[in-house]
Ligand binder design. Structure first.
Ligand SMILES: Nc1ncnc2c1ncn2[C@@H]1O[C@H](COP(=O)(O)OP(=O)(O)OP(=O)(O)O)[C@@H](O)[C@H]1O
Ligand SMILES: [Mg+2]
Length: 299
């Protein structure tokens, strides 16, 4: 079996596919299968399609446009990162993919079907440590969505919960309550709970942002190792350039409020080992400059 590093190495790192075009269509790199010299390539539909999506909040006083005609495709086993400054609509986009906010324009499709409500095929892990009901043990927390959605019976749910708790290194903590855990451990439980549902897409909204720097790095590493083992499809939100490059294999850069697609780049050549390297630094700088340019243009 190839190591993660070998698999992550590959085609030219960080190739910007475009500049300031909005909306921007990512290239369909995956899923393009050559079917012979004469036949045109057959293009699979992406697992998740965000197609020209505008999202708004309506308050009695005003309408706030959070994103404007955002488009991107997420393919199976992608680690797709939405990166952008505070307020550019990352969380709103994630909530829309989760089915909590309907687009005012455009469409979100999962497996070709329009997303119109929340479902067990899309599970969100949030930033906050208090996303676990405190009165349930760790195992009960992981079992809960499996039981509530009637995905599994009690015995199977317990088995699956223990399986995923083992994957995040928390088997020994199955019977303790969340208040007995550190912030990082609580996030591991939240990840185990989400993965136990075996969602089509795992949605993560700045899941490590409230952790100290060392724990955050360890969690990024663990997430990548988990992905290596389970190969889930990830849509991950962050405003950390470094985190985006480390966690993602593809990164979408969003401009400030309202969020528009600014650019998309391949980041699968980077890992935690790349931190500090010249190529990594140059790409991070380039992204930073793009964000900075946008900020300067914002009143
Ligand atoms: N419930 C709400 N009602 C009205 N406006 C909202 C609401 N939630 C968010 N907004 C606005 O929508 C825009 C996008 O917000 P969102 O939370 O998606 O940004 P974000 O990119 O996730 O930011 P951050 O990095 O700070 O989490 C912001 O201008 C915000 O003020
Ligand atoms: Mg947010």
């Amino acid at each position: 079996m190839l190591s993660r590093l070998e698999r992550l190495a590959g085609p030219p790192a960080a190739a910007f596919l475009g500049g300031s075009v909005a909306p921007q269509r990512p290239a369909r790199r995956r899923g393009v299968v050559a079917t012979g010299d004469a036949a045109p390539p057959y293009v699979h539909e992406a697992l998740l399609q965000v197609d020209n999506v505008s999202l708004e909040y309506r308050t009695p006083e005003r309408v706030v446009r959070a994103t404007h005609r955002v488009s991107f495709d997420v393919h199976a086993a992608d680690r797709f990162v939405l990166l952008g400054p505070s307020g550019c609509g990352k969380s709103t986009l994630l909530k829309a993919v989760a089915g909590f906010i309907p687009p005012v324009e455009g469409e979100i499709r999962l497996d070709g079907r329009r997303v119109s409500q929340p479902g067990p095929d899309r599970i969100v892990v949030f930033q906050e440590f208090d996303q676990l009901p405190p009165w349930k043990t760790v195992k009960q927390n992981v079992m809960f969505p499996l039981l509530a959605s009637r995905t599994l019976g009690r015995k199977e749910a317990a088995e699956r919960a223990l399986h995923y708790l083992d994957k995040v290194g928390l088997s020994k903590f199955a019977d303790v309550h969340p208040h007995q855990l550190s912030g990082g451990m609580k996030q591991r439980v939240a990840i185990a709970r989400a993965l136990a549902m075996q969602p089509r897409v795992l949605l993560m909204d700045e899941p490590f942002a409230a952790l100290d720097a060392l724990t955050r790095r360890r969690m990024q590493q663990e997430l990548l190792e988990l992905w290596d083992e389970v190969r889930f499809t990830l849509l991950f939100v962050t405003h950390s350039i470094e985190e985006a490059l480390v966690v993602g294999n593809r990164v979408a850069l969003l401009s400030p409020h309202p969020g528009r697609m600014r650019a998309e780049l391949n980041s699968h050549g980077y890992s935690l080992d790349s931190l500090g390297g010249a190529d990594f630094q140059a790409t991070a700088r380039r992204i930073h400059d793009m964000l900075f340019e946008e900020e300067q243009g914002t009143p």
